[in-house]
Design a protein around this ligand. Sequence first.
Ligand SMILES: [Zn+2]
Length: 68
Amino acid sequence: MRIPPFYSPLRGIALTDVWHDNDECPVARSIAPADRVPGTGQPRPRCPYCALLDRPVTAFSPAHRAGR
Ligand SMILES: [Zn+2]
C-alpha cells in the first residue's frame, strides 16, 4: 500500500540511504515507526523496492498490445 514518503537516519536492511513510500517494502518494514522521519530526505534516492511495488501487478499488461 502506498504511504506518505518517509526516510530514516537508520538504514534498516537497506544498503544505501533511501526514502520509502510503500508499506510492503521489506526495507521500509525493517525500520521501526519510531525511527521514521516524514519526507524524502533529499537528495536521497527513492527506494528501488518501493518503486517496484508501485508498479501495477497485471498478468496481461495492455502495454503489450499498445506497443504494436
Ligand atoms: Zn522501500
